[in-house]
Write a protein that binds this ligand. Structure first.
Ligand SMILES: [Cu+2]
Length: 136
């Protein structure tokens, strides 16, 4: 009788470990999918955009317009040596949907977009820096 219980216990443990392995594999796949999406959604703030001029060649945020599916996210990366921000709305008229605050050089900022629409954003420090996220 005790042997039967031991065997049942061992089988139960094996089943639980197997389920655990399957679940952990699933979550690993999900994580790699997510990181691919982050790379896809990257918007870069390149160097020297803290002076006016980038708006003339549409290079303040690269790309300045990004189109994504709803439920996805966008990550901005500050590749400049100056502070920048990613703030929803227009200069002087923030919509308060999202605001990165001052991003240090090489700092990044991610926003989830669950609702479709067009989201304008700007840099609070440099009024000429404008961008748009279009969520479809
Ligand atoms: Cu800026």
């Amino acid at each position: 009788m005790i042997k039967k219980i031991t065997i049942i216990a061992i089988i139960t443990v094996i089943i639980l470990v197997t389920i655990g392995l399957i679940l952990s594999n699933d979550s690993t796949e999900k994580n790699s999918e997510e990181s691919e999406l982050i790379v896809k959604g990257d918007v870069i703030m390149p160097t020297k955009v803290s002076r006016p001029g980038c708006e003339e060649i549409d290079r303040c945020y690269i790309p300045s317009v990004i189109v994504i599916d709803s439920g996805k996210q966008v990550t901005w990366v500050n590749q400049d040596s100056a502070f920048h921000s990613v703030t929803s709305g227009f200069y002087g008229e923030p919509t308060e949907l999202f605001d990165s605050g001052h991003l240090d050089p090489f700092e990044s900022y991610t926003v989830d977009f669950d609702e479709t629409g067009t989201y304008d954003y700007f840099c609070t420090l440099h009024p000429w820096m404008k961008g748009q996220v279009i969520v479809e």
